[in-house]
Design a protein around this ligand. Structure first.
Ligand SMILES: [Zn+2]
Length: 134
């Protein structure tokens, strides 16, 4: 998988995956924050494989996470809450954490808990060695 980073354009709000600093289609410069990063992996599941998880970072939509997909979001230091949705289901066990100089990269793993009526997306903190090879 290419080393891509997901970023939201500060001008037009478009969510795009880029490899390095570049310019958005709206003309605004896209600069990757260099403080830290949130890396999210979606554990493979044959159910709902076609449905992407909606990613919300501090309640701001950050695109989708495909089945077995990996998304890296570079972020400035700060407090973050990650929420995910699956299709119409907004049920999720959120993760909250701080990105600090001592904790620059936060690894998250997400999977679906299949319920009788509603599926719940579960997000857990993980470690580098638990993430898929790059
Ligand atoms: Zn833009």
């Amino acid at each position: 998988m290419a080393n891509k980073f997901r970023i939201k354009c500060p001008s037009c709000g478009k969510v795009i995956d880029i490899e390095s600093n570049t310019t958005c289609s709206c003309g605004s410069p896209l600069v990757l924050p260099e403080d830290g990063m949130i890396e999210m992996y979606r554990v493979g599941n044959p159910f709902g494989a076609a449905v992407g998880f909606g990613i919300y970072l501090n309640d701001i939509p950050m695109g989708h996470l495909a089945n077995t997909g990996l998304v890296r979001i570079p972020v400035p230091y700060g407090h973050y809450k990650v929420h995910m949705t699956q299709g119409m289901s907004r049920r999720c066990k959120d993760q909250e954490f701080d990105v600090t100089p001592q904790n620059r990269i936060v690894y998250l793993k997400a999977h679906v808990n299949l319920g009788l009526f509603t599926n719940t997306v579960v997000i857990e903190q993980s470690t580098a060695d638990q993430m898929p090879a790059k």
